[in-house]
Write a protein that binds this ligand. Structure first.
Ligand SMILES: [Zn+2]
Ligand SMILES: [Zn+2]
Ligand SMILES: [Zn+2]
Ligand SMILES: [Zn+2]
Length: 111
């Protein structure tokens, strides 16, 4: 028994997309119970919700809850934000090391 026709290609539909509610055929119905249109727009982090934007660092699509708003227009994923924070922290430590080295050099040149 067919439920209707695929809204993407017109073939007999077998299921309904759980995200957009489109009727879809086996060709357009995929893992997770979503249609191919939604799959291409789905969050690449949780794979559950529709993506709203791309991470400014890695360019991956993410949903509202997987991306963090970093300013008015930009969003970044948690992974990138974490690695950016680590880099900033590393740079800061490196600078401190450099400063203490310079301070030691100055001390030794005075003495
Ligand atoms: Zn189809
Ligand atoms: Zn869909
Ligand atoms: Zn997500
Ligand atoms: Zn990212």
């Amino acid at each position: 028994m067919s439920v209707g026709v695929c809204e993407l290609c017109g073939s007999p539909a077998i299921s309904v997309c759980s995200l957009c509610g489109r009727l879809v055929c086996p060709d357009h119905y995929g893992p997770g119970g979503v249609c191919s249109v939604c799959r291409s727009a789905i969050c690449s982090f949780c794979g559950v919700r529709l993506s709203v934007a791309r991470c400014v660092y890695c360019g991956r699509l993410g949903c509202e809850s997987c991306l963090v708003q970093i300013d008015n227009v930009r969003r970044a994923c948690r992974e990138c934000l974490m690695s950016v924070e680590v880099k900033v922290e590393e740079a800061r430590r490196g600078l401190e090391r450099l400063r203490s080295m310079v301070a030691k050099l100055k001390e030794s040149s005075i003495a």
